[in-house]
Write a protein that binds this ligand. Structure first.
Ligand code: B12
Ligand code: SF4
Ligand code: SF4
Length: 317
């Protein structure tokens, strides 16, 4: 008799909780750790100091949950309906309620149910902010492969999804890593407005110093004049390298690519115009962006972005 629990009921529970896909892999030290250390040593993390500070914790998921044997990897589609001509241009992932909150509460419900079912078993949910290689474990769990834009791509559905991981002490039947690849395509590399998708140490990677997503969300202070034009009309985040990816567009045999999210909390909010946002008060900021992932940019960061968008717009006309 197998010592592993059947993965079927775990996956069906996750899909019933609203996740888009679910897969299982073993807890093992990440194969990408050495690449990551070099990526940091080369300065590609830019000002995200939490990344070098978490190298040790990232070296083994058992540092997050000592008893962990298995990773239950989950995805949640955030694809939005075809973009209206938005004045305030926000990456698709951040147009509705903050995904950390939405996914955390879904994970907590699943964990509470499994804790009851498997007395004594331990669980820990990770969504984005935990020091763990989310893309790598989701790949091992069969949920997608690494595109040249570094996003995890599900051949059937594309890449507009979040990844969440639940570590557990249970032994659950494992899936096979996902197979797939970009072939000769280079669309994202050619379309990236700032040349942030680079190659080195045998892999494609993002140089965060140049990435519009980094510059508009994580970077504090001015955006260098060399990169300012590349920010274009992006006010928060950037979707260019995913928008141009063929895996994000439906085809006759891939109807699920480009399918819009069914998560009600991700429905896009209404926002004021760029001109109104450029002169908003801190009170306006608090009320307009309550519960939104856009808060990550901070008041000063968002006003900086919006003013740059207006400058770029006036220079283009
Ligand atoms: C820091 C960070 C960023 C940085 C750096 C991005 C980057 N590509 O490194 C910035 C701010 C630029 C960023 C931007 C975005 N991010 Co981000 N980000 C993260 C975070 C917190 C850490 C990523 C990291 O460690 N980067 C360092 C590099 C070296 O690691 P990595 O990209 O994970 O690569 C690993 C694998 O790809 C692996 N690898 C590559 N090839 C191969 C081959 C083999 C065989 C193996 C074993 C491994 C391997 O090597 C690395 C180590 O394992 C993760 C959450 C998390 N905890 O993982 C989210 C995360 C990667 N981001 C996410 C998202 C949604 C975005 C944006 C789309 C948001 C937006 N629209 O603006 C953009 C996309 C930009 C892009 N093309 O990557 C999602 C990605 C979902 C997906 N489908 O891939 C994540 C997983 C968050 C989440 N929980 O959903 N992000
Ligand atoms: S998110 Fe935008 S700037 Fe960053 S790598 Fe992709 S296309 Fe380039
Ligand atoms: S655009 Fe092309 S090269 Fe880039 S990730 Fe998609 S398939 Fe790969």
């Amino acid at each position: 008799m197998s010592e592993f629990l059947d993965s079927g009921p775990f996956k069906s529970a996750a899909l019933s909780a609203g996740f888009t896909t679910a897969g299982i892999c073993a807890v093992e030290p990440p194969a990408g750790l050495e690449f990551y250390k070099q990526w940091i040593a080369d300065g590609n993390h830019a000002g995200m100091e939490y990344l070098p500070n978490s190298v040790e914790l990232r070296s083994d998921p058992r540092r997050l949950l000592e008893s962990a044997h298995t990773v239950i990897a989950l995805t949640l589609n955030y694809r939005q309906p075809a973009a209206e001509a938005a004045d305030f241009r926000v990456a698709q992932y951040a147009r509705g309620r903050d995904y950390h909150k939405v996914i955390r509460s879904k994970m907590n419900r699943l964990i509470a149910r499994w804790e009851q079912e498997f007395a004594g078993a331990e669980f820990r949910g990770c969504i984005d902010s935990a020091p763990i290689f989310e893309r790598e474990y989701a790949h091992l769990a069969g949920l997608g492969w690494f595109g040249k834009n570094t996003c995890l791509i599900d051949s059937k559905r594309g890449s507009f999804f979040f990844i969440a991981l639940i570590l557990t002490s249970l032994d659950i039947q494992r899936d096979q890593p996902a197979l797939g690849g970009c072939g000769t395509c280079r669309a994202c590399i050619e379309a990236c407005p700032t040349g942030a998708i680079q190659f080195g140490n045998g892999r494609w990677f993002i140089n965060s110093n140049r990435c519009v997503s980094y510059l508009t969300i994580e970077h504090r202070g001015e955006i260098s004049p060399e990169l300012a034009a590349g920010v274009g009309d992006w006010s928060f985040g950037c979707d260019v390298c995913q928008d141009v990816c063929p895996f994000n567009h439906p085809g006759p045999r891939q109807p699920d690519r480009g399918q819009v999210t069914t998560e009600p909390d991700f429905a896009a909010r209404e926002y004021p115009s760029l001109v109104q946002l450029a002169t908003m008060s801190r009170e306006d900021w608090d009320s307009t962006f309550a519960g939104s992932a856009i808060r990550r940019a901070g008041f000063d960061g968002l006003v900086r972005n919006v003013k740059l968008n207006l400058k770029n717009r006036s220079e283009a006309s």
